[in-house]
Design a protein around this ligand. Structure first.
Ligand code: ZN
Ligand code: ZN
Length: 409
């Protein structure tokens, strides 16, 4: 008998169960918690305090998720990846699990950020913002900016932190690296509902947000629908209209409200900022401004609005039609995307004095338009209204894919 008692007490002292401890603490706290009995003042305080504790626990969850992925947890159960297993086990979407892992991985180069998150000094939101600014190959620069980001995070100034981190990512990408997360939208049927979730880069998000805003009906007094409900209705309406006018409806183009800060004389120009989504990626900025409906909002040095322009197309309809009639479709050699799916590219950009005339524009599909703006090492010439494309090594991309065979013969 004696022996049994010794063993079980030894097990008790050896066995550490921190997550179980958290559960027991939460159990007893929740049993004592009576939300209805709280005063408004208590609610205001307790809600924020509880969020802070939730964020602290989240910091540990992200650490566990990263470790689980490193060790391949769930793979033996037949899952393609640990995040797939985690998503299935926790009911969180793959996107949400991806975000958890990105935040967890951030702590490796930025341990101080991890420490303060765990201590409850900064929020999960702040960590997600910093994680979103991470650009491969630029961790040393991110480390150099950590103190600055943490100062904003600690002040709970998430608005400034968002701008600072977006600015960081835009500058980091200006050296040629590409955004890591491609755009994606997922439709997941759950019972008789469908969960729509996704992630867009800020340039595409600018168009989507603009469209949703334009189609969101303003509520009248009798309308008690939420903004989310009205946005959902707007999305359905946009889809109905798009289907009615069909996939051949001409000249789909980004709609951009962009903010220009009038710099003090001698100061460098600031990055271009989309009205809804913040700083535009420098790689996509020129491509978007090539062919879009543009309203320009000019802000003075102190943040005062100096001028709000009307939305005007960068290509007037008649000139765009002229280009469409001439080109019929994407001018990239070998590409057969028809005109309604193409952007009109300014050969000499209008910001650099390029004229808006048929002789200065040609059609490129969105893929090739984006490629052209992101890869300045590929050269395009446009002589006598004919487009020729040259690889970085100077060889021309043949319009006729068999031409090189004939030359070799
Ligand atoms: Zn362009
Ligand atoms: Zn193309």
């Amino acid at each position: 008998m004696d022996c049994d008692i010794t063993v079980s007490s030894e097990i008790e002292t050896l066995f550490v169960d921190p997550v179980g401890d958290i559960r027991r603490a939460v159990d007893s706290a929740l049993a004592a918690l009576d939300v209805d009995a709280m005063t408004d003042g208590e609610l205001a305080t307790e809600l924020v305090r509880l969020r802070r504790q939730t964020d602290r626990i989240e910091s540990v969850l992200t650490e566990m998720s990263v470790k689980a992925r490193q060790r391949g947890v769930g793979l033996t159960a037949g899952y393609a990846s640990t995040p797939a297993w985690q998503s299935w086990q926790t009911g969180q979407s793959r996107g949400a699990v991806g975000q958890i892992i990105r935040a967890g991985e951030l702590v490796e180069p930025l341990p101080e950020t991890g420490r303060r998150w765990r201590e409850g000094e900064i929020t999960s939101t702040a960590v997600a913002l910093i994680a979103a600014a991470r650009v491969p190959g630029n961790d040393d620069k991110l480390v150099a900016c950590e103190a600055q980001f943490l100062a904003l995070a600690q002040r709970r100034d998430h608005k400034s932190l968002r701008i600072a981190t977006q600015h960081f990512a835009a500058l980091a990408r200006a050296d040629g690296s590409r955004p890591t997360n491609p755009d994606g939208i997922t439709l997941s049927p759950v019972g008789d509902r469908t969960v729509v979730s996704g992630e867009l880069h800020s340039d595409t998000a600018e168009t989507v947000t603009h469209a949703l805003q334009a189609f969101t009906v303003k509520p009248d007094d009798a309308d008690d629908s939420t903004p989310a409900e009205r946005r959902a209705a707007a999305l359905v309406r946009i889809c109905e209209l798009a289907l009615r006018f069909g996939t051949d409806a001409g000249g789909a183009k980004p709609s951009v409200s962009y903010v220009v800060r009038r710099a003090e004389p001698g100061q460098p120009a600031e990055p271009t900022v989309g009205m809804f989504t913040g700083i535009l990626d420098p790689w996509d900025r020129d491509r978007i401004l090539c062919d879009c409906d543009l309203s320009r909002i000019v802000i003075g040095p102190k943040g005062e609005t100096l001028d709000v322009g009307r939305a005007t197309p960068t290509w007037p309809t008649a000139i765009r039609k002229g280009i469409v009639v001439r080109d019929q479709g994407c001018q990239w050699p070998g590409c057969e995307v028809p005109a309604p799916w193409c952007d009109a590219h300014h050969f000499v950009h209008w910001e650099h004095g390029g004229i808006t005339a048929v002789s200065n524009g040609f059609l490129l599909c969105r893929r090739h338009h984006t490629f052209h703006h992101r890869h300045p090492e590929w050269k395009i010439t446009f002589d006598d209204q004919r487009v020729r494309v040259f690889r970085p090594d100077g060889r021309e991309l043949d319009r006729d894919p068999w031409a090189h065979l004939e030359r070799a013969a």
